[in-house]
Design a protein around this ligand. Structure first.
Ligand code: NDP
Length: 334
């Protein structure tokens, strides 16, 4: 349960775990709803934005006292909706609870049975993976041989951006917040180089070390000081895809950017985007990424926590960098 609107970084105590009343596990007749058993839930940074009392964003805030809404993979148990039948597996917006009654189906997708782990529909094949795909191909305008920098590179989005960059014939460097993540980037995820930004006193100097000839594409997941340093290191006609600013999520007064003048001197294109603007590409994304995964050309790292009770700590951990890979909660077995 989301307790109430917050300032600053989220805390576990901003959420409450409650045992609800016993209910009949059925979809009420005439409701058009269907009842699901939630199997996996996703922790995503954008959910912090829904904890503010702000109605001007692309998604409304959570309602205090209500079950938290988030992406999940669920199994249909009972249905009053002809499009979904008992036994179907779906991914989309559901509740942080064991069972949910789902009325809104716009963002819900049926999962075609295959041998890919179901939880991947929250990461590699879900919203974050699609963000990486749409952001990389549609916003970054990549060319073979480009120098690419990805921040929060080992996370749900970043790890796929880097791998798509390598498959495209680019040189890819990632930043992350621990030596374990840096190792994974270099050994498992195939990045050319990676560095721990927390150990760098001067981010501008760090980027100059890894990109002596400058950056063609910066895929920005963090904003703040890293964006400022990247602006100083872009090449002429470079592209910055502004995907997220996780370093600024918990402040009501986001940090300004000092080096915007580089946009002019280097004729940089800087574009913010939402994955939801590109949903027409979703079928192509699924086909491409499933095929790459099956051929062993991409891998995906998940951080799986067990049980609904572990969800608040896992969510809070996103903002301390505790997650190693895509943060998922396993709620129940199939
Ligand atoms: P991640 O799996 O990367 O998890 C968040 C990571 O952010 C942490 O593990 C941590 O990694 C890093 N981080 C946390 N706090 C800070 C900080 N203060 N400064 C720098 N890094 C920090 O999350 P996602 O891959 O799901 O999301 C990445 C970004 O993409 C987010 O900004 C998110 O909001 C955005 N996004 C945007 C979408 C869009 O449509 N535009 C859709 C989906 C996501 P580390 O240890 O490396 O610091």
């Amino acid at each position: 349960i989301f307790k109430g609107y917050i300032e600053g970084p989220p805390k576990e105590t901003d959420m409450e775990f409650k045992v609800g009343k016993k209910i009949k596990l059925e979809a009420p007749k005439g409701s058009g709803a269907f009842l699901v058993k939630n199997l996996y839930l996703s922790c995503d940074p954008y959910m912090r934005g829904r904890m503010r009392d702000f109605h001007g964003s692309y998604i409304p805030p959570f309602t205090p006292g209500s079950v938290i809404e988030g992406f999940g993979v669920s199994k249909v148990l009972d249905s009053d909706n002809p499009k979904f039948k008992p036994g179907d597996l779906v991914s989309g917006l559901t509740g942080w609870e064991e069972y949910s009654l789902i009325y809104r189906t716009e963002q819900l997708r049926l999962i075609e049975p295959n041998d890919i782990p179901l939880s991947y529909y929250l990461g590699l094949l879900g919203m974050p993976g699609f963000t990486a795909y749409a952001g990389f191909y549609e916003v970054c305008a990549p060319r073979k041989g480009d120098y690419i920098f990805v921040s929060a590179a080992s996370g749900a989005v970043g790890q796929l951006v880097g791998q798509l960059g390598k498959l495209h014939g680019c040189y890819v460097v990632g930043s992350a917040g621990s030596s374990k993540k840096v190792d994974l980037l270099k050994t498992k995820l195939g990045f050319d180089e990676a560095f721990n930004y927390k150990e760098e006193k001067d981010l501008d100097a760090a980027l100059k070390r890894y990109f002596p000839e400058g950056i063609d594409i910066y895929f920005d997941n963090v904003g703040g000081d890293m964006l400022d340093a990247a602006l100083l290191n872009m090449r002429i006609h470079g592209r910055i895809a502004v995907c997220g600013m996780v370093s600024q999520h918990s402040t009501s007064n986001p940090q300004g950017t000092q080096n915007l003048f580089s946009l002019i001197t280097k004729r940089i294109t800087m574009k913010g985007f939402l994955q939801s603007d590109y949903l027409h590409l979703y079928p192509r994304f699924l086909e491409d990424v499933i095929s790459l995964y099956k051929q062993g050309k991409i891998v995906y790292i998940e951080d799986m926590n067990e049980g609904l009770e572990s969800a608040p700590a896992a969510f809070v951990g996103l903002f301390a960098g505790n997650n190693v890979g895509k943060q998922v909660i396993r709620v129940a077995a199939l």
